[in-house]
Design a binder for this molecule. Structure first.
Ligand code: GTP
Ligand code: MG
Length: 512
């Protein structure tokens, strides 16, 4: 009996752990990002990506983030901010402390509000003025406004319970549920664009046309709510550089390649972020990586950040993954489940290493959907066409709506790769086909944006064998324990580690 109870609790704890940090609140479900709309036309799909990038960026510019004393001060803060203009959205969230993200109807309100903010009386502090503010205790006492309740939405993160999960009747519904509960929410996306926007402010004095774009899972439609924030800094878009003008800015020139340029400048920006930008901590420039980056943690938002310079292929790749997700409604839940399965089975890890990264799992799924006997996705080259006929051609791609069951696709995916001839075959997402492997890398997936490169160059044979074995085990589990995600998410390995990490006291928490 005790063993059964213990195992039941283990399952609950496992699920709680797997499904923690869920930004999904039934009451405010409309604030979460909706699953991909069905059968959008190509131009609508492109528009929706454009909208995501432009709309979110503008929204971020009109927003401020305030560290408030506690949730109860939310109404006061709302009323205080309202003096500076109409508030569009006010979201309260907790990340160790309580915060409010306030979006005004226009940017002028933000400037006006900032002009009234003061500094601490402490000479040691660098008096940077950003849109990250702090509510002083005396402010609240002085306030004499109308204390009636303000429309502040509180975003909470209830876990996905085992019962919710078991209540769904099929593998497909469980995959959809997983995707809807763990996907990046409205708040998650707002915070990510807000971080980009505040960094842009920092550089704006010297580089008024600079842009910081998020890319990767923050915008490609398959991001989790706990995903990192990948950013690209573009110091001056081409259109400003080539502008015809009588006078030109006098600038510093150095004879150096693109990589040295990135390394040298990122080194300086890392110092600036470390020294001047509040809430950015643990700043580490990783300048010898294939793509040099600055890593840091945004404390208030609780988000890991990677900033790179002028690396536009990441943005193009993110757009492609976004568009593929819109093409067929099964793509995102399938990629999402595969990435989650890899994570809980310790096949992928947060840090880079000789294993497949989340991005590689996305590409593996895309290749499978291109290669199955009835392809669900087209070769990526069809989406990259730029000639005049391409629009009509692309449109055709978007006219078909998927009829496959995503649960069946998951099983098919596992079957497809568990027995794939990785030894002699390479995958090409660009052409949607396979070709003889050009070198001895254990896993070869041609980079669609630079066909000379192998996306999976880092993957070693041990990790690839481990992956194929795990796929066989998952297939067996789905066939023998019933087609449920629980059977493939709860491996012996994960149970063992969880048992070690949690004491018996944790497994039987006191009822409050
Ligand atoms: P998570 O952050 O783990 O949720 O996934 P992610 O999709 O954001 O992956 P990651 O942070 O590792 O990389 C960010 C983005 O960089 C990816 O989504 C791709 O667009 C791009 N990227 C990463 N690795 C490669 C690569 O080897 N080749 C190319 N072309 N792009 C890459
Ligand atoms: Mg990422």
């Amino acid at each position: 009996m005790a063993v059964t109870m213990l195992s039941a609790w283990c399952r609950v704890i496992c699920l709680r752990k797997y499904f923690s940090s869920v930004s999904y609140n039934k009451k405010y479900a409309d604030l979460t990002i909706r699953p991909n709309p069905l059968s959008l036309s190509y131009s609508r799909a492109e528009e929706s990506f454009q909208h995501l990038c432009v709309h979110r960026k503008n929204e971020a510019k009109r927003s401020i983030l305030i560290d408030i004393n506690n949730k109860a001060d939310g109404d006061f803060v709302y009323k205080h901010c309202e003096q500076f203009g109409k508030i569009k959205t006010a979201l309260h969230f907790r990340n160790k402390k309580d915060y409010m993200l306030i979006e005004f109807e226009n940017e002028d309100c933000v400037s006006e509000l900032l002009s009234t903010a003061g500094h601490f009386q402490n000479d040691q502090k660098v008096p940077a003025e950003t849109r990250l503010l702090f509510l002083t205790r005396n402010g609240n006492i002085k306030y004499k406004g109308n204390p009636e309740a303000a429309p502040v939405f509180s975003i909470e993160h209830p876990p996905l319970f085992l019962s919710d999960f078991l209540a769904t009747d099929s593998l497909s519904s469980q995959m959809q549920l997983l995707y809807q509960h763990l996907q990046l929410t409205d708040l998650g996306q707002r915070l990510r664009f807000f971080i980009c926007s505040t960094l842009e402010d920092m550089l704006g004095g010297l580089f008024p046309h600079c842009h910081i774009y998020p890319f990767g899972s923050s915008i490609n439609g398959v991001g989790r709510n706990d995903c990192d924030l990948d950013m690209i800094l573009s110091l001056c878009p081409d259109k400003y550089q080539v502008k015809k003008s009588t006078l030109k800015f006098l600038t510093k020139r150095k004879q150096e390649d693109e990589r040295s340029f990135s390394q040298r400048n990122l080194h300086v920006f890392a110092e600036m972020i470390e020294n001047f930008i509040p809430s950015c901590v643990g700043v580490i420039p990783i300048l010898n990586a294939r793509v040099p980056i600055i890593k840091f943690q945004h404390e208030a938002c609780g988000i890991e950040c990677d900033l790179s310079l002028q690396n536009n292929s990441g943005l193009t790749m993110s757009k492609l993954i976004y568009l593929l997700g819109v093409m067929d409604p099964q793509v995102r839940p399938l990629i999402f489940t595969v990435r989650h399965w890899a994570k809980v089975n310790f096949l992928s890890h947060k840090n880079p290493g000789p294993w497949l990264s989340n991005f590689m799992y996305s590409i593996l799924v895309i290749c499978f959907l291109q290669l199955r006997s009835q392809p669900i996705l087209p070769p990526l080259k069809n989406l990259l066409l730029t000639d005049s006929r391409s629009k009509a051609q692309k449109q055709i791609l978007f006219n078909k709506v998927g009829t496959c069951n995503v649960g069946d696709l998951l099983q098919e995916f596992l079957y497809f790769y568990s027995d794939f001839d990785f030894m002699s075959t390479a995958l090409s997402p660009l052409h949607g086909n396979c070709f003889p492997k050009p070198d001895y890398s254990p896993l070869y997936i041609e980079n669609p944006l630079d066909t000379e490169l192998n996306i999976c160059k880092n993957v070693n044979e041990r990790e690839l064998v481990k992956l194929c074995e795990a796929m066989k085990v998952a297939l067996w589990q789905l066939n023998h324990s019933g087609p449920s995600l629980l059977s493939i998410f709860q491996t012996e390995d994960s149970k063992r580690i969880l048992k070690k990490r949690f004491s018996v006291k944790d497994l039987f928490p006191k009822q409050e």
